[in-house]
Design a protein around this ligand. Structure first.
Ligand code: UD1
Length: 418
């Protein structure tokens, strides 16, 4: 069994280059199923989830090859299956994103219920509501979900919650539907904009991505494209918090600053100096950082995917901080692990109250999900002694070269097989 070990480290210093965004790469990889010509994707992060999505594509008949590190060439002109395998689907929730493209391309798709991080119940009712509105029949049989349609026809779809995955899946399903599809109360995340830009390069006609109303005019066919994945705002945010928690001075390079507004604002509120360059952000941790409050919300609010990392920081901030999680139920599994390290946290419903302590201590802890794992790495940087993190496949799902990037900034972090 592999673990990541983190020792109390000096203040982090230096520059870290941010990789392409996992949450942009996964839907775009799924969307390659819509194209009938060569597609080249640059800045594809080297992650377990990306490998899994490539395996899903290959299992459906796509040709996937690396032209060089982080550059993928995909050709889906001859996809020959509409069913995804349970072994692949069960490992990653995002594999469900192939449903929309398969429905659009082949008029049918069958998948087992998606897996992934165990954060809340994470239903898929909104994805299915969208497919139904476009004219698909949905079947549920022994945990397999099927969608079938002789013809998809555009409609107006109101999402009860601005779900990222549902917005993406419906957008992809609608690309070749007859007439116009309107998604109201759509998610506005930057990754949706990246997917829309990619689909438009393939020949789709999508307007309004990045706002709450997305309009998709159906086209007959989608072709090929060359596209660069946007930088990962969550990886960037994680390193920004690393600078803060370690008392360091780190330049986070290859970022789109506007995607990081809530993270920048909250670090400034805590007392950090944050200097914005053109496509980089420097975080300098000053002495005596103060308690802050955060509330997670859909974009452009504070991202739920940064909640655990900020909680790690809050454990040592002077005063009482709070976190309110409104996007997912049950996304506080990291609380127990941080408590093992001496953090003073109590949960009240959807909120966590964190009383800052002078010192936390290394402990054996488990990464219960991807961002919870990142939070433990961050806490480990300042904890006295060694923090031993188990279940690290969660971390590998979402962080490209995590030990290398942290080591280059002076962190003491390594992987060990037990
Ligand atoms: C995506 C991200 C994930 C991030 C999340 C919220 C990817 C691959 N993953 O996940 O990292 O944490 O957005 O920013 O991009 N919901 C429903 N019905 C549905 C779909 C969702 O009720 O049909 C609920 C979920 O249970 C959850 C909330 O909506 O409470 C948000 O989920 P959603 O935005 O869909 O997240 P994902 O797309 O799964």
């Amino acid at each position: 069994m592999e673990k990541i070990l983190v020792e109390k480290s000096p203040p982090l210093k230096g520059t870290v280059r941010i990789s392409g965004a996992k949450n942009a790469a996964l839907p775009i990889l799924a969307a390659t199923l819509l194209g009938t010509e060569d597609i080249v994707l640059e800045d594809v992060p080297n992650l377990k989830d990306v490998q899994l999505m490539c395996e899903v594509l290959e299992s459906l008949g796509s040709k996937v090859e690396y032209l060089e590190d982080n550059v993928l060439k995909i050709n889906s002109s001859n996809i020959n299956s509409y069913e995804t395998k349970y072994e692949l689907m069960s490992k990653m929730r995002a594999s469900f994103l192939v449903m929309g493209p398969l429905l659009a391309r082949l008029g049918k798709t069958k998948n087992s219920m998606p897996g992934g991080c165990a954060i809340g119940s994470r239903p898929i009712d909104l994805h299915l509501k969208g497919f139904k509105a476009l004219g698909a029949e949905i079947s549920v049989d022994h945990g397999d979900i099927g969608a079938y349609a002789d013809k998809l026809v555009g409609d107006i779809i109101y999402l009860d919650f601005p779900s990222v995955g549902a917005t993406e899946n419906i957008m992809m399903a609608a690309t070749m539907a007859e007439g116009e599809t309107v998604i109201d109360n759509a998610a506005m995340e930057p990754e949706i904009v990246d997917l829309s830009n990619f689909l438009n390069k393939l020949g789709a006609d999508i307007k309004g991505a990045g706002t709450s109303t997305i309009k998709i005019k159906g086209v007959k066919k989608l072709g090929g494209a060359h596209h660069q994945i946007i930088p990962d705002r969550i990886e960037a945010g994680t390193f920004m918090v690393a600078a803060a928690i370690s008392g360091g001075n780190v330049l986070v390079d290859n970022v789109i600053n506007s995607h990081l507004k809530p993270v920048i604002a909250k670090l400034r509120e805590a007392g950090c100096t944050v200097e914005e360059g053109e496509d980089s952000i420097r975080v300098i941790a000053n002495n005596n950082l103060k308690a802050i409050d955060i509330k997670t919300l859909p974009y452009p609010g504070f991202p739920t995917d940064m909640q655990a990392q900020f909680m790690a920081l809050m454990t040592i901030l002077e005063g009482t901080s709070s976190v309110m999680e409104t996007v997912f139920e049950n996304r506080f599994m990291h609380v127990e692990e941080l408590r093992k390290m001496g953090a003073q946290i109590r949960i009240e419903g959807r909120s966590a109250i964190i009383q800052g302590v002078d010192e936390i201590k290394g402990a054996k802890a488990e990464a219960s999900d991807l961002r919870a794992g990142a939070a433990l790495v961050l806490a480990g940087l300042v904890a006295d002694g060694t923090t031993e993190i188990g279940n690290i496949y969660h971390i590998d799902r979402g962080y490209d070269g995590i030990e290398e990037k942290f080591s280059n900034l002076g962190a003491i972090i390594y992987r060990k097989t037990f």
